[in-house]
Design a protein around this ligand. Structure first.
Ligand code: C5P
Length: 237
């Protein structure tokens, strides 16, 4: 979706505020799968904000742009016109759904994400996904920065070994080779970079509900989020 931004809390033409559920958390906490399923259950739109950082990283890689070159990376972010649909991400006519999931792009995405002007350049694009009847957005700063007025904010965590195992399974299913040890190391490095950066660091919003999914199945996590959403909707009536 590339429509103009509906600001963080701008009402629609009909005067209603479009409800947002934010699901933030570290890499491989399961937030993407949970967010997508919650969106389907509610008939809401879905924003995978990490994909936008991955798209910038992919283009940077293709163009030989340094991860430290904030000016060039921000220009790339400004020009981004991705199309999301039917589980595919298309950029400039090319299906990049698979290309943005490699470990190389994952690493680079968390490096380019430290730049404040680049993050600012992606704000409007992210907020443009807020369309009726509602939005489920997953990432690192959805509840703290992008949608501070979200109706429900969830912070999803899981232990590092549980996350490494999930990531390993996901990669194998997609046909990518991966070693658990390398994944553990990489997860720790990305966690540290995402949590320690000055700009929009990974942390729960003050009003977020915390959920540790280590011992839970995906269905249980989805049910918990849907339950919280019903409660929050009733409270807001
Ligand atoms: O969620 P995903 O692993 O696809 O995100 C890739 C990288 O993009 C993360 O490691 C993080 O550094 C960055 N990111 C971010 N803010 C977001 C979403 C992702 O900084 N809202």
């Amino acid at each position: 979706m590339n429509s103009t931004a509906a600001g963080a809390s701008t009402p629609t033409a009909a005067g209603t505020v479009v409800p947002v559920i934010t699901i933030d958390g570290p890499t491989a906490s399961g937030k993407g799968t949970v967010a997508e399923r919650v969106a389907v259950a509610l008939g809401f739109h879905y924003l995978d904000s990490g994909a936008l950082y991955r798209l910038v990283a992919l283009r940077a890689l293709q163009l030989g742009c340094s991860p430290d070159d904030a000016v060039a990376l921000t220009a790339l972010a400004r020009g981004l016109q991705p199309h999301f649909g039917a589980g595919r991400i298309v950029l400039d006519g090319e299906d990049v759904s698979r290309a943005i999931r490699t470990e190389e792009v994952s690493r680079l995405a968390s490096q380019v994400a430290v730049h404040a002007p680049l993050r600012a350049a992606l704000l409007q694009l992210q907020r443009s996904f807020r369309q009726p009847p509602g939005l489920v957005a997953d990432g690192r700063d959805m509840g703290t920065v992008v949608f501070p007025d979200a109706l429900l904010k969830v912070y999803l965590t899981a232990s590092v070994p549980a996350r490494a195992e999930r990531r390993h399974k996901q990669l194998m299913e997609k046909g990518f080779a991966a070693s658990i040890d390398a994944l553990l190391q990489d997860l720790r490095a990305r966690d540290e970079r995402d949590s320690m950066r000055a700009e929009a660091p990974l942390r729960p919003a003050q009003d977020a509900l915390l959920l540790d999914s280590s011992g839970l199945g995906i269905g249980e996590v989805v049910d918990a989020v849907l339950h919280w959403f019903r409660q929050a909707s009733r409270r807001s009536e």
